[in-house]
Design a protein around this ligand. Structure first.
Ligand SMILES: *Cc1c(COP(=O)(O)O)cnc(C)c1O
Length: 391
């Protein structure tokens, strides 16, 4: 046989060349330092409008102290998976705090949001099942359905009627409808009450990924699901991350005791991986206290969002209808988005461009995010810079 086997490394290099030609190469940059709302990069100080640290907790002294104290007492690593001696007091306390906050019976920790989605979905779904998803869902939800091997149908963004048609296409199949609570690249909120009602009438299970809603929306920051008053019975599978508004790292799934017991038995990304460092769990408990009870951080964020949107409208800057800290500035063309981002950087602002395939073709944008760390004057300055840079 003389068949020529393709070389994998040559192929990956070739794909990189193609991406470069299309102006879609991803570039990794190392920060010299972070300092509140600013970052230091390449010897320059830039105002940062790219962080998911919406409440400004990642450098909060109470989190740092909780982390240091727990590490001094119990070390850094968990030493094992949860089920094999890695589950500590700090993890148990964090799971209880997350369940209380989100109004769920129980919560289960995962090392990352990506792992939580892969684990929960592959534990729930079998090959003959149906998973219906919003087209703009996070990559980890798509990959969760792929790993489960079920049939995946994706409906046009926020289109509840289309979701209904997809569920109707297989009325006898077990079905999970999965959606972002707050969409990570657009910042808008899913039509959660309508999706919950649809799932009820169609016997489907609703799963919400609230990575960008927890801490930001709802009473005490309990998230996008709590904001519209949906209970455990309406949204049986609630997932969120700890690395965004809570300023730490990790994730959890919350729901009934039956769900959590099922995940402990079957979620492979929970079972076959080292437990998160217990000190991170301790820091996250400190973050939850601040996120819940310092409502001024959310109030301030709301004022900054209103200021930004008002200022953008006055300048004719095209935004998406988002009332969360994610305020994308639509550009369209990838090269134009990169150029705009570079001009803003020259003016002292870090606002990265997001291009396909992370967003749909022709929808390149600057993904601008606001944080309680920003001052009103920071928002005013970035608006002026945007106005100047796009001219
Ligand atoms: C960030 C994000 C994730 C992944 O969470 P990590 O903890 O960063 O792995 C999942 N879903 C959504 C919607 C996200 O924005």
């Amino acid at each position: 046989m003389t068949a020529v086997r393709p070389d994998l490394l040559a192929r990956v290099v070739e794909r990189g060349h193609r991406r470069a030609q299309e102006g879609l190469l991803r570039r990794l940059r190392t920060l010299d330092a972070v300092d509140g709302a600013a970052i230091h990069i390449g010897g320059r100080r830039l105002l940062n409008f790219a962080s998911n640290d919406y409440l400004g907790l990642a450098q909060h002294p109470a989190l740092i102290e909780a982390l240091a104290r727990a590490a001094r007492a119990g070390g850094v690593g968990a030493k094992a998976a949860h089920l094999l001696g890695g589950h500590r007091e700090e993890h148990a306390a964090l799971e209880a705090a997350l369940a209380r906050w989100t109004g769920r019976e129980r919560a289960l920790l995962f090392s990352t949001g990506y792992m939580a989605n892969l684990g929960a979905m592959s534990a729930l779904l079998d090959a003959h099942d149906l998973c219906v998803q919003d087209k703009l869902n996070h990559a980890s939800l798509l990959d969760g359905a792929r790993l489960a091997g079920c049939e995946l149908k994706r409906y046009p963004h926020a289109d509840v009627d289309a979701a209904q048609r997809q569920l109707d296409s297989r009325p006898a199949a077990a079905a999970l409808l999965a959606t972002d609570g707050v969409f990570s690249m657009d910042g808008d909120v899913a039509p959660l009450p309508a999706l919950a009602a649809l799932c009820k009438t169609h016997g489907a299970t609703l799963m919400v990924d609230d990575a960008h809603g927890l801490g930001v929306l709802g009473p005490d920051g309990a998230g996008s699901v709590a904001a519209v008053g949906l209970a455990q019975d309406d949204v049986p599978v609630l997932m969120a991350t700890l690395g965004k508004a809570l300023g730490v790292a990790g994730a959890f799934v919350a729901g009934s005791a039956a769900l959590i017991d099922g995940l402990v038995q079957n979620a492979r990304t929970y079972i076959y991986t080292t437990a998160m460092p217990p000190a991170l769990a301790a820091a996250t408990c400190a973050a939850i206290d601040i996120a819940r009870f310092e409502g001024w951080r959310r109030d301030r964020l709301r004022r900054l969002i209103a200021h930004f949107r008002h200022g953008a409208a006055a300048r004719g800057i095209a935004l998406i209808d988002s009332h969360t800290p994610i305020q994308p500035v639509l550009v369209g063309d990838s090269a134009a988005a990169l150029a705009l981002s570079a001009r803003l950087e020259a003016l002292g602002f870090y606002v990265p461009a997001v291009r396909p395939p992370t967003v749909p073709p022709g929808k390149a944008r600057l993904r601008l995010t606001l944080s309680a760390l920003h001052a009103e004057s920071d928002v005013e300055q970035v608006l002026q810079a945007l106005d100047a840079a796009r001219a």
